[in-house]
Design a protein around this ligand. Structure first.
Ligand code: FMN
Length: 364
């Protein structure tokens, strides 16, 4: 866990990855804020940080106060985050997250549309600006001729990411957002070359990954999948088949990694087995890991790196804690997405283990 590893062009000094986590702390114009710089700097003990989901366009935004990477101000804001993290010796990639139909209109620019592969609304409720879950906006189905433009927004964002200094990008293909809406049989009812057959349903993701690879180099492009997840109304008829086909189609591109959110699949197919059967590139394993399970999956050669989400929220020094066996602090769910302006609570005020011990000493 504490040895260096290469994932494509990314050089990690350890195999601990901070998983992408939406925290809703961007400022006006969806620009990364100073407290975001501090938050990521505190967690730069990781070998690699994957940022929170970041929209490649105004239409790609679905949640309140998520950052973008399509305007110059956003690029400048991210450049400060990147510099802070790289100064600490970690690598950092931006997660490109276009939510498609999983979007609340009040969370985004009034002129921004809601688009999806098909005009089928997302059945899930998503928090609005007040944090209360509400109905999503009904999507308009993308015209065939528009799809190249959506892929182009991802490409421009990836180039912006490199200008901001990011080491690469991660394409978010999980959680029921736009790429997964193309992949899943129930949300993709198209009759053109982007829908219908298995080959057609994977085309959007394959073409997007090819375009990202061509723009910034394949070794700087990773992608995230979660076969079988039902979040945001996903109900693929055969996830094992869908993801086997996707992985095989992009295996030859030389991408940096696949980032697996590992959940049980129907028919006793193990998702990590499925990845290894169809993909020869680096693998980041995720979901509910602890020190022992993470060490075991690495020792077995089943993953090249492991990622932690929630543990990184409440343990800025997570890598040190894993290394020394120090206790892992619990997170406060109530402050995951709250705070206006420079409110640090639940964001940058989690202490390191050393600070906890020092405070306990003072109290005694
Ligand atoms: C607050 C929060 C926000 C999240 N936001 C994202 C996100 O923006 N993109 C994404 O791919 N996953 C997101 N996730 C999922 C995490 O990356 C991770 O897969 C999940 O927390 C499981 O890992 P863990 O058990 O180590 O927490 C989020 C999870 C949490 C807790």
């Amino acid at each position: 866990m504490f040895s260096p590893v290469k994932l494509g062009e990314l050089s990690l000094r350890n195999r601990v990855v901070m998983a992408p986590m939406t925290r809703d702390r961007a400022g006006p114009g969806d620009v990364p804020t100073e407290i975001m710089v501090e938050y990521y700097r505190q967690r730069a003990g990781a070998g690699l940080i994957v940022t929170e989901g970041t929209q490649p366009s105004p239409a790609g935004k679905g949640y309140y106060r998520t950052p973008g990477i399509h305007s110059e101000a956003q690029v400048e804001g991210w450049a400060k985050v990147v510099q802070a993290v790289q100064d600490e010796g970690a690598q950092i990639v931006v997660q490109l997250m276009h939510v498609g139909r999983a979007s609340v209109a009040a969370n985004k620019d009034p002129n921004a549309e809601t688009v999806a592969p098909s005009a089928i609304p997302c059945p899930a409720l998503i928090p609005g600006p007040d944090g209360v879950p509400r109905e999503t906006a009904p999507p308009r189905a993308l015209e065939t001729a528009e799809i190249a433009g959506v892929i182009g927004e991802y490409v421009t964002s990836a180039k912006n990411a490199r200008r901001a200094g990011f080491d690469g990008v991660e394409l978010h293909c999980a959680s029921g957002y736009l790429p997964m809406q193309f992949l899943s049989s129930n949300s993709n009812q198209r009759s053109d070359q982007y829908g219908g057959s298995l080959e057609n349903r994977i085309r959007f993701v394959v073409e997007t990954l090819e375009a990202l690879a061509a723009a910034i180099g394949p070794g700087r492009v990773g992608f995230r999948i979660c076969p079988g997840i039902t979040l945001n109304g996903m109900d693929d008829a055969n996830p094992a088949e869908t993801y086997a086909a996707l992985l095989r189609a992009v295996d030859g591109l030389g991408l940096a990694y696949v980032h697996l959110i590992h959940i049980p699949l129907p028919d006793e197919v193990d998702a990590l087995d499925l990845v290894h059967a169809n993909w020869r590139g680096p693998v980041i394993e995720n979901n509910n890991l602890n020190l022992d399970s993470a060490a075991a999956v690495l020792a077995a050669g089943r993953a090249d790196a492991v990622s932690f989400g929630r543990a990184f929220v409440s343990n800025p020094d997570l890598v040190d804690r894993l290394r020394t066996g120090a206790p892992i602090a619990k997170l406060d769910r109530a402050t995951l997405y709250t705070g206006e302006g420079d409110d640090r609570r639940g964001y940058t005020d989690y202490p390191t283990f050393g600070q906890t011990v020092a405070e306990a000493g003072q109290g005694a």
